[in-house]
Design a protein around this ligand. Structure first.
Ligand code: ADP
Length: 264
């Protein structure tokens, strides 16, 4: 089974035993799949999300499978909330080894010339400033702890322009800028920093505008070279691999996980 319909996962590995993973946007989609994979592989997981209902669902699913997780409610665009979430993770689990900064939203498709400053500011706050804030406080801890790994969620729109999404495109390009700076600054302190760039992924976020059976869904899928969307679990595999010791010589990288959609 080596086609675009994989049945394999790395859930059986236990390479994160004794480690703590901090996952934002873990109440849904890619973040939830990554939180569950980190936990299956042995990590204690801080499930960070704005939404307590979906966040607690993730925690319950992890615990039902015998894993360890806590929910931390945080708006990742607030520095106080991010700092407190990092502190609570360290206080609860005694460390923070891996961070996956993934929370975000897509925003509406807009005409460039009609995008309001308010919509611009909000999307930049949640998709870019949040990554800066998370990295800032995670790195502060990792410097004291002797190292760690950070993975941020960028996008295909972090590599090429996405028409109708100037704010999203700018934010996701910005995430790669932060990765490049931090990777160079902190590799000497044993901190690796990378990004994943997911393609179109079947998440609740995507379903809010491309519902099942809609014209938009059909148009979207037919534009994809592989003829299907990614599953959150497939994106999570890349994020968790970059977080793992198997990727010990990888830093400053942005990995497209999009079945040849962008092909830079
Ligand atoms: P995807 O999986 O494609 O990243 P989703 O919408 O399915 O998209 O998941 C994004 C997650 O990020 C949601 O659980 C959402 O609650 C969370 N989120 C969105 N904005 C914030 C925020 N400001 N702070 C924390 N979490 C957020």
């Amino acid at each position: 089974d080596n086609d675009l319909n994989p049945s394999r996962t790395t859930q059986g590995l236990k390479d994160f035993v004794g480690k703590t993973a901090f996952v934002t946007g873990a109440g849904n989609g890619i973040g939830r799949a990554a939180a569950k994979l980190f936990a299956a592989r042995g990590a204690s997981v801080a499930v960070v999300d704005l939404n307590p209902e979906t966040g607690m669902q993730t925690v319950n699913q992890i615990q039902a499978e015998g894993g360890t997780a806590i929910f931390i409610r945080a708006d990742v665009s607030s520095e106080e909330a991010v700092e407190a979430a990092v502190q609570q993770t360290v206080a609860t689990f005694g460390g923070l080894h891996c961070a996956f900064n993934n929370a975000g939203f897509t925003g509406q498709y807009v005409g460039f010339h009609t995008l309001s400053l308010e919509d611009w500011n909000r999307l930049i706050a949640v998709n870019l400033t949040s990554v800066f804030l998370c990295m800032k406080h995670q790195i502060a801890h990792m410097l004291k702890a002797g190292g760690g790994s950070i993975v941020n969620t960028s996008s295909g729109a972090g590599v090429v322009g996405a028409p109708g999404m100037p704010h999203y495109t700018a934010a996701k390009h910005g995430v790669l800028g932060l990765v490049k700076v931090a990777a160079k600054e902190f590799i000497g302190q044993n901190i690796r920093v990378n990004a994943i760039c997911p393609g179109v992924t079947d998440t609740p976020m995507l379903r809010t505008f491309a519902g099942e059976g809609t014209e938009l869904e059909r148009a979207l899928v037919s534009s994809l070279p592989g003829g299907r969307m990614g599953r959150p679990e497939e994106i999570a595999e890349a994020a968790v691999w970059l977080s793992s010791d198997a990727a010990s010589f990888v830093s400053g990288e942005s990995m497209l996980v999009d079945a040849a959609s962008v092909c830079r």
